[in-house]
Design a protein around this ligand. Structure first.
Ligand code: ADP
Ligand code: MG
Length: 267
């Protein structure tokens, strides 16, 4: 295959993907999702869309164009013009019987709706956030004050704060569970990017099945599924479509980059 990786940032993950692609004899280049990138599409056979925060629309257009030219695109969800944000993912998960934290999507005009959570600890997150950078915990007295400080042009989610016993990250590539780890941290926010430590975890059949189902119903071909165990119940916290996997590879000893390259090439 001749693979084009779309990414707005240089990530160690991209280096790993390039390395594994080359090892298997594939051609590989990395470009940022700009309008001009469309012109180079005919010299590739496959496109892998990685980190596109801030350039989601441009990436979607390139993915759609690539698909119309007959290239194989991962993920296909983008290539078919659907770029679900966190709010859309939660509603799909809920409709399919998953436990998810009680959630209200809000922006400036319906802010009063989140007063429903007043009196409780609330999680507020930017629908387009990642790596824990735009996730905040607000206590009952601070809700209105906190809201004043939010960027009113953005969309957010307000969520019940879950008392999580254990948080897991499971990597699903296609329909295969590559592996998983738990996130150890004394902080309530357990992103690896926020300093949590990944610890290898033996995944139960229940966890594996839930992860594969969450990936498939949200049409996420390469999925970093965040699961929260709360009083024995499995909650889905997030389905990431371009998950980081450096910590994953270290913790599990699995070759995530190779799995991803093999999956893309097999399309
Ligand atoms: N409703 C919640 N209750 C408790 N902790 C949460 C909740 N939502 C998120 N968190 C914590 O914050 C982290 C980041 O939230 P997440 O929704 O995954 O956003 P991001 O895309 O920035 O990773 C989670 O991994 C979890 O540790
Ligand atoms: Mg997350």
């Amino acid at each position: 295959m001749k693979l084009l990786i779309l990414s707005v940032e240089e990530q160690p993950e991209i280096e790993r993907l390039k390395e594994e692609a080359k090892k298997s004899g594939h051609g590989v280049e990395v470009k940022s999702p700009e309008k001009s990138t469309e012109r180079v599409l005919p010299s590739f056979t496959h496109v892998l869309v990685r980190a596109v925060k801030g350039a989601g629309e441009a990436a979607k257009e390139i993915a759609m164009k690539a698909r119309s030219l007959g290239l194989r695109v991962v993920d296909e969800r983008l290539a078919t013009g659907k770029g679900f944000n966190k709010a859309a993912i939660y509603s799909i998960l809920k409709k399919n019987g998953f436990s998810v934290p009680e959630t209200i999507a809000f922006e400036e005009k319906n802010f009063p709706a989140i007063r429903k959570f007043q009196g409780k600890e609330v999680i507020i997150k930017d629908v387009k956030g990642k790596r824990g950078q735009d996730v905040f915990k607000v206590n009952k007295t601070e809700l209105e004050v906190f809201y004043q400080r939010l960027d009113k042009s953005k969309k957010y989610l307000a969520q019940e704060f879950l008392r999580i016993d254990k948080e897991l990250r499971v990597l699903v590539v296609g329909t295969k569970v590559v592996g998983g780890f738990s996130k150890q941290s004394s902080n309530w926010k357990k992103n690896i990017a926020a300093g949590a430590t990944p610890v290898k975890e033996q995944l139960s059949v229940e966890i594996k099945n839930a992860s594969v189902k969450a990936a498939s119903i949200t049409k996420t071909e390469i999925a970093g599924i965040d699961l929260a165990l709360v009083g024995g119940k499995i909650f889905v916290l997030e389905v990431n479509r371009a998950p980081g996997f450096i910590g994953f590879e270290k913790a599990t000893g699995k070759n995530a980059a190779k799995e991803i390259i093999q999956y893309v090439a097999s399309k």
